[in-house]
Design a protein around this ligand. Sequence first.
Ligand SMILES: Nc1ncnc2c1ncn2[C@@H]1O[C@H](COP(=O)(O)OP(=O)(O)OP(=O)(O)O)[C@@H](O)[C@H]1O
Ligand SMILES: [Mg+2]
Length: 282
Amino acid sequence: MVIDGPPTVGKSTLVKLFAADLEKTLRRREPHKFQPHENDGYIVDYTPVVYISIPSQATPKDLSAAFAEWFNLPLRRAATKNEMTDAVLRATGLCGVQLIIIDDVHFLDLSAKEGKVVNDHLKYLANHCAATFVFTGHDLETSGLFLEGGASERATQTSGRNSLHKLGLFTIGTDDERRAWANVVKTMEDALVLLDHKPGTLIRDHEYLHHRTGGSIASLSLLIREAAIRAVVSSEEAITRKVLDQVVIDRRATRGYDKFRKQHNIHHNGNPGRQEPPAEAS
Ligand SMILES: Nc1ncnc2c1ncn2[C@@H]1O[C@H](COP(=O)(O)OP(=O)(O)OP(=O)(O)O)[C@@H](O)[C@H]1O
Ligand SMILES: [Mg+2]
C-alpha cells in the first residue's frame, strides 16, 4: 500500500498509530509470542512491526542498513548491499515480521540512474518476505516509484504491486467534509484540560479554524496547543476567539488566511461569522 500526500497532512502519524494499534492487539491476543524464544538456532524477539524512516538521498544499501539497525543486527562496516539484504531478510523471517512501514520514501534516490536499482531493491525485499509493505511520502505518483507516463516496464512493477491512497488537507465543501473536520476539532477540544473552557466553543468556530489553518491537521494542532498554553499562562483557562486571533502559526497557513481575509474583506480580528456545529459533531 502507498500513502501519498503533501507534507504535514499526518501521514507518519497515521501509519505509526496503525502500527502501534496492530502491535498492541497482537500483544494482548498472543502474549506468549513476545517471550524471547529459540528459532533456527537463534534467540529471537518476535517483532511484528518494522518502521523505517528514510534519510535524505538514501540508496538501496542505506535502506537495508536502516532495516539492520531496527533489528540491531551486528554487521561489518564493509558489508556489501547483498550481505546486508540477506541478513535483513533472514531477520524478518526469524522475527515474524508482518508489517513493514517505509516512511518518507520520496527520500530514496529515484534519479534516473539509481531509480531502477531502488525499484528493483524494493521489489526484491517485498518478494522475499511475507510481510505487508506500507510506503508513505509525497509526489509518489509522479516519482520514480510509479513513473506515470513514460514509465519504464521495471518501474511499473512497483506500482503494479501497490494500491495508491491519497491523503490531503481537510476541505469543508460538503456536509460530510464539514462534519469530518468538525469531528477533528471536537477530538482536539475534548483533549483540553483547561479549568474554565466551555466545551463546544471550538466546534462552533470550526469554520474559522478551517480558514485559519487551510484544513491542515498540523496547523490546527499547533494553533490549539499554542492557544491552550496562552490560556494557562494568562490564567484565563479557556480558549476564546480572542486568544486564537493572537496566536501566530506556520507561514503557509498564515499566508492562506491573509488571502482569505483580503478576498472577504475581513479586517484584523474580524469575525467571519459563527456557524452552528454540524449535527453529529455537537
Ligand atoms: N491525527 C492527528 N491528531 C492530532 N495531530 C495530528 C494528527 N496527525 C498529525 N497531527 C499533527 O500534525 C503534525 C504533522 O504530522 P505528520 O508528521 O504525521 O505529517 P506528515 O504527513 O508525515 O508530514 P511529512 O510529509 O512532513 O513527513 C504532527 O506533528 C502533529 O502535531
Ligand atoms: Mg512524515
